[in-house]
Design a protein around this ligand. Structure first.
Ligand SMILES: [Ca+2]
Ligand SMILES: [Ca+2]
Length: 616
């Protein structure tokens, strides 16, 4: 029903807006954002960004008693007007006429108000009970070949180019939701799907050219809502990948900036960010230099937004709320988090939590030092200003440690030492943990194709503290390559004409199937055995590359023993007696072998293996 109303709104609004636009000197309106709003949000005010011509000095009145125009902001650029409106608490769902007048010119716009969706399956947030499956949509599956190349979008399909578009889309994800749910993951993080009408390498989604539109090569706004609905129906939560820091160079704003300080600098003149994130929380940093880390452009093709401009800030906050409300997503992964204005991010998070108190926000903070990472999580004991608001941060410290273990047989001590710094975090159990993501080398690349070593890293990931994330294709042992385009390789079988279909057992090699089965079993074990996901972690210093730890939840105890040597080794059980108190046996949860604690003084574990035992 609402989709029908929205479609009607688009047609009707266009009809209204084209009337009276024939005279080139006359005031007219081409677009208003946000395209609609909802009755009953935490705040009943909305700032409309009005696009058009000759809008300086425009008068705005509401013809609806349920919308009050509270302020028309004076701006120097006549192509834009910013209008604050207030929505009456009981306003009806439907169109409300707003009249714009400028001298003899006038234009009416019918603004759509909708009722909020109240669904128990929406906006649930995610936590340590979940495992996140990360998908790069262009590279996962092509479910609709009719959208591969679209008129007006120069970066068309080219599967041979590693930085080209390969044709994957939302329908491709929809087609494989059953596969994803069966794997045992519980949440879906899809890289950004909004329009990226760039001329080159636009497949990744981080260079937006329309913040209210799903890229037509991925599908439609309705298709995205359908993805969330269908994922929820399978028990999968959905995480929106959002970017406040930057847009794409071909965004229409670049041709006519709403304010001279809409961006940091301009396309012709801007600085580049050094990327020295530690400067931002370093008490010894030079404040001028630190400011350039935030105001510099991430890359030359991605203009840096100035969130200190209150209109930019309001636009981005409303845009985020619009996507959450219209789609029903459960969480947000915020890109390049430290590079945006911290006071903006604070207001942004406050607005999100005011409307969706259970939502989870994970900030991408790419630094491997827990002493810096911890300052970004809500509740941090370090007195930074503004206070941090993130539920979670990307745990690049554990990523670094697991990568060190996996690369050329590093010592397991790096994992133990990393986790021993968890006292720094307000909530280490809420960190987003991973062995790879779309920006790093794949774990199988790090282990040089050694599936046993990769599985060892993944077993630690899925049994230690945190909310684990897996990159698509990890389950079929995709190796990837050095550069981003190769890391984000095509999932075999996701594309018409593929010679194998690795979504099915028949399309995987025997080694892939064995690896797939092990990982799937582990994911289902984690789902069923709650101590593995939510249990308190107790660990012991590694000895001879054997690292033992326990997860404890109520009466459920699980013991994990990692043997990071190639050969089978035994570990004495006496040192663990405190954690094994009252237990009679250890049962291996993957092989069902039972160790009788009354007679055993040692525990043997195969090489390059992490064994998981029920303590009972
Ligand atoms: Ca397609
Ligand atoms: Ca920035």
């Amino acid at each position: 029903m609402k989709d029908r109303i929205l479609r009607f709104a688009m047609v009707y609004a266009c009809a209204v807006l084209t009337a009276g636009t024939t005279h080139p000197q006359s005031m007219h309106i081409t677009k208003i954002e946000p395209p609609n709003w909802w009755v009953g949000m935490a705040s009943n005010t909305v700032q409309l960004m009005v696009y058009g011509e000759h809008l300086s000095g425009v008068s705005v009145e509401s013809e609806s008693p349920q919308i009050t125009v509270t302020r028309v902001h004076k701006t120097s650029n006549p192509s834009y007007a910013f209008v604050d409106i207030e929505i009456a608490p009981g306003a009806f769902e439907g169109f409300h006429r707003i009249l714009f007048t400028h001298g003899k010119d006038s234009a009416a716009f019918s603004y759509l108000l909708l009722r909020r969706k109240h669904s128990t399956t929406n906006h649930r947030g995610f936590n340590a009970s979940d495992v996140v499956y990360l998908v790069t949509p262009d590279r996962f599956a092509n479910g609709d070949t009719t959208n591969d190349t679209v008129d007006g979008y120069p970066d068309g399909k080219d599967r041979n180019a590693s930085f080209g578009r390969h044709g994957g889309d939302i329908q491709g994800i929809l087609n494989h939701l059953d596969y994803i749910a069966d794997l045992g993951v519980t949440a879906l993080w899809v890289n950004p799907l909004i329009e990226n009408n760039m001329s080159f390498a636009s497949y990744h989604g981080y260079a937006a050219t329309d913040l209210y539109r799903i890229d037509p090569r991925f599908g439609t706004n309705d298709k995205y809502t359908d993805l969330v609905r269908q994922a929820h129906a399978r028990g999968l939560k959905v995480i929106l990948d959002h970017v406040s820091n930057h847009i794409g160079l071909r965004h229409p704003w670049l041709k006519d900036l709403p304010f001279s300080d809409w961006l940091h600098g301009s396309a012709a003149s801007h600085s580049r960010s050094s990327g020295d994130k530690n400067e931002l929380t370093d008490i010894h940093a030079d404040s001028t230099y630190a400011a350039t880390v935030r105001s510099g452009w991430f890359v030359d093709s991605m203009p840096d937004l100035n969130q200190a401009n209150p209109f930019v800030s309001r636009y981005l906050i409303q845009n985020t709320l619009w996507w959450i409300e219209s789609s029903g997503v459960d969480g947000i992964r915020e890109d390049t988090y430290p590079y945006a204005d911290p006071f903006y991010l604070s207001a942004w998070a406050a607005a999100i939590f005011a409307n969706y108190p259970s939502l989870t926000i994970v900030g991408e903070v790419w630094t491997g030092d827990p002493a810096f990472l911890c300052m970004y999580q809500k509740g941090s004991r370090i007195p930074t200003q503004p206070r941090p608001t993130l539920t979670s941060v990307t745990d690049f410290a554990l990523y670094d440690a697991l990568t060190q273990v996996s690369r050329a047989r590093g010592s397991i001590k790096s994992v133990y030492e990393c986790l021993s710094h968890d006292h720094l975090y307000a909530d280490p159990y809420a960190l987003l943990t991973f062995v790879d993501n779309h920006d790093t080398r794949r774990i199988l690349y790090v282990t040089q194709g050694d599936t046993k070593r990769a599985l060892l890293a993944l077993t630690i990931l899925l049994t230690t503290r945190g909310m684990p994330e897996l990159l698509y294709g990890t389950e079929i042992a995709m190796v990837g390559g050095k550069d981003d385009g190769l890391v984000r390789g095509d999932f075999p079988g996701g594309f018409p004409g593929d010679s194998v279909n690795s979504f099915t057992a028949a399309g995987r090699t025997a080694e892939q199937n064995s690896y797939f089965a092990s990982l799937r079993q582990l994911l289902h074990l984690r789902k069923q055995r709650h101590s593995l996901s939510r249990g308190r972690l107790v660990h012991f210093p590694p000895v001879s590359e054997i690292y033992a730890y326990f997860r404890i939840l109520g009466k459920e105890r699980t013991m994990i023993v990692v043997n990071n040597k190639e050969e089978r080794q035994s570990v004495g059980l006496a040192q663990f007696r405190g954690q094994l108190a009252g237990a009679v046996t250890l049962r291996n949860l993957q092989t069902d072998e039972v160790v009788d604690l009354a007679s055993a003084s040692e525990l043997a574990v195969d090489g390059d293996t992490a064994a998981i035992f029920a303590v009972q």
